[in-house]
Design a binder for this molecule. Structure first.
Ligand code: ZN
Ligand code: ZN
Length: 478
C-alpha cells in the first residue's frame, strides 16, 4: 500500500521526464487528488453564492450569455418581418442547422465529451468547424460542463441540475451564475488534441466564419440572397440549434420513459430525439454514455448515430463503442421487473401457509357440518360464498363438503383453469393434518404464484454467492 503512495509522490516531485524533450507538457488530470467523498465534502465545505433575489439579480446575471441568447432571436425575428423567405434559403438553413447540430452531437458530445469512437483528422476538423458554427463555446468548455453533468447528475454540482426546474436546466444555468461551482471533471485528454488546440487558437474567427459568414456567403453567392442568408441560415438557425441542445438538458430530463434506470432524471422520448438531432434517448445515454448510439433500435430517430456509422463505412471513423447487449438487457429487465413487482404488490394473495391452523380430519369433519368446508390438495377451503357461483353447478360442490375433492378438482371431473386454482387458494382456512401428500407441490402452489418477482433478500440466499465464502486460493485462477 505504502509503496503505491511513494511511487506517485516521487513521480510528481520529479516532474516531466527530461528525456522527453519534444513531448507536449502533460496536464495533470483535474480530478487526480479529490477526496473519496467528493460530492458531500464539496457541498459541506464550499460556500454557495447567496440565493438570487430581485435586489442582487443584476450582479448575478451572466450578461454576455444573456446578450447572445436574446440578440440572436431578436435579429431572427426582425429578419422574419423584413426579409422575404426564398425556398433555396429555407432549404439551406435547414441543412446548415443539421450540419452545425451534428457538429455538437457527433463532435462535441459523442466524440470529445464521451470518446465513443475515434475520428480521423478530416472528420475532426469538420466536426470542430461545424460545432463552432453552433456557437456553444469551445469544445473544452462544453465537454468540461458535460462531463460534470454526467458525473454529478441531479446534484448541486451538476451544472444543468434538472431538480432546479425545467427552465433552469434549459437556459437558467447559462444566464444566472451558478450557486455552486460545477463539480470537477477532467478534460486534460482534450488538451492534447491538435484539432482542439486549433479551435482554441482561432476561436473568435471560427465563430464569425462558421456562425454567420459562411451561411450568408452560401446564399449570397449561390442565389443573391445575402440578407436571407444572414437572418435565416445565420441568426434563426443559430437560435434553433441553441434550443435544440438546451432541450437535451431540459426536455430529456423531464419528459418520457425510463426503460433502463429510474434513479435519476434522464428520460427517453421520440419528441426530444426529433428536436435534438437524435439525442432524445437520454435514459439510455446516461446509463451507457460511452456507447456511440443514443437510440439502440433501428426504427428510433438518431441521425447522429447514422452519421457516425456512415463515417465509419467511409473510413473516416473507427472503434465505434457499443455496450454489450447482455448488460443493456439487464437494465431493461430490471425496470420491467420493477413494474411487475409493483403490480404484484398491488394484488391480494392467498394467506401464508405458516398462518394457517393445522386441523385434524376429525375436527374437519365436525366443522364441516356447520360450514361449507372442502379438502383439496391438503388444504381446507371454506367455499360457502362460492357454492352458488360454481360454474359447474351448486350440486357438484355441495356433494364434496366434508370430503376430499382433490381428484375431482384436478381433472377427475373437470380440469380446472388457472383462474380456478388461483381463486381456490384464496379460500384456504386451514391445513389438514398429514393431508399434503408427497409430490403434490404443483397442486398446492397456485399458478399465479409459481413464478414471482422476489427481491434477493426475500430468497433463500444471495444469488451467485457461496454461503461458505472461504478462499482456498484457487477459486479465481483462470
Ligand atoms: Zn443529461
Ligand atoms: Zn452525454
Amino acid at each position: 500500500m505504502s509503496s503505491v503512495v511513494e511511487t506517485r509522490t516521487a513521480s510528481l516531485s520529479r516532474g516531466p521526464d527530461p528525456k522527453l524533450k519534444h513531448s507536449v507538457k502533460e496536464e495533470a488530470p483535474a480530478d487526480n487528488n479529490i477526496p473519496d467523498n467528493y460530492v458531500s465534502w464539496t457541498l459541506k465545505n464550499q460556500e454557495p453564492l447567496p440565493p438570487v433575489t430581485l435586489e442582487n439579480l443584476f450582479e448575478n446575471i451572466q450578461w454576455l450569455n444573456l446578450a447572445v441568447l436574446t440578440i440572436i432571436p431578436s435579429v431572427a425575428i426582425y429578419g422574419l418581418f423584413t426579409v422575404k423567405m426564398q425556398w433555396q434559403t429555407f432549404v439551406w438553413s435547414v441543412i446548415y442547422y443539421f450540419i452545425t447540430g451534428i457538429g455538437i452531437t457527433a463532435g462535441y458530445h459523442r466524440l470529445w465529451a464521451h470518446r465513443s469512437y475515434n475520428a480521423s483528422k478530416p472528420l475532426k476538423y469538420f466536426l470542430a468547424a461545424a460545432g463552432t458554427g453552433a456557437i456553444q463555446g469551445s469544445v473544452k468548455w462544453w465537454c468540461r460542463g458535460h462531463r460534470a453533468h454526467h458525473r454529478y447528475t441531479d446534484t448541486e454540482l451538476d451544472p444543468y441540475n434538472a431538480h432546479k426546474g425545467f427552465w433552469y436546466s434549459h437556459v437558467g444555468w447559462i444566464i444566472i451564475k451558478p450557486r455552486y461551482k460545477p463539480g470537477v471533471a477532467d478534460v486534460s485528454d482534450l488538451s492534447k488534441d491538435s484539432v482542439i488546440q486549433w479551435q482554441q487558437r482561432w476561436y473568435m474567427w471560427l465563430i464569425l466564419g462558421f456562425g454567420l459568414v459562411l451561411p450568408t456567403v452560401v446564399t449570397g453567392i449561390g442565389w443573391g440572397d445575402w440578407r436571407g442568408g444572414f437572418f435565416f441560415a445565420g441568426a434563426a438557425r443559430l437560435c434553433f440549434v441553441h434550443h435544440s441542445t438546451f432541450c437535451v438538458n431540459s426536455l430529456a430530463h423531464w419528459f418520457g420513459e425510463t426503460p433502463f434506470d429510474d434513479n435519476h432524471t434522464p428520460r427517453d422520448h421520440f419528441i426530444t430525439a426529433l428536436v435534438s438531432v437524435g439525442e432524445g434517448y437520454h435514459n439510455f445515454h446516461h446509463q451507457f454514455p460511452m456507447d456511440y448510439r443514443n437510440a439502440i433500435r433501428w426504427y428510433q430517430y438518431d441521425p447522429t448515430k447514422w452519421f457516425i456509422w456512415v463515417c465509419a463505412q467511409l473510413g473516416l471513423a473507427s472503434h465505434l463503442k457499443v455496450f454489450p447487449e447482455n448488460e443493456v438487457k439487464k437494465g431493461q429487465l430490471t425496470m420491467e421487473l420493477k413494474r411487475l413487482r409493483a403490480t404484484q404488490d398491488g394484488l391480494t394473495w392467498a394467506r401464508d401457509i405458516q398462518e394457517l391452523p393445522v386441523i385434524s380430519w376429525e375436527s374437519f369433519q365436525e366443522q364441516a357440518v356447520k360450514r361449507a368446508l372442502v379438502v383439496i390438495a391438503g388444504f381446507i377451503h371454506d367455499v360457502a360464498d362460492f357454492v352458488d357461483e360454481h360454474p359447474g353447478g351448486r350440486h357438484l360442490l355441495v356433494k364434496y363438503i366434508g370430503k376430499d375433492a382433490t381428484a375431482a378438482f384436478f381433472g377427475g371431473v373437470y380440469g380446472h383453469s388457472n383462474a380456478a386454482h388461483n381463486l381456490l387458494s384464496m379460500k384456504r382456512v386451514g391445513i389438514l393434518h398429514g393431508g399434503i401428500q408427497h409430490g403434490l407441490q404443483d397442486k398446492t402452489v397456485p399458478p399465479a404464484q409459481r413464478l414471482r418477482v422476489a427481491r434477493y433478500n426475500e430468497l433463500g440466499g444471495l444469488p451467485n454467492c457461496s454461503s461458505s465464502a472461504v478462499s482456498d486460493n484457487e477459486g479465481m485462477i483462470g
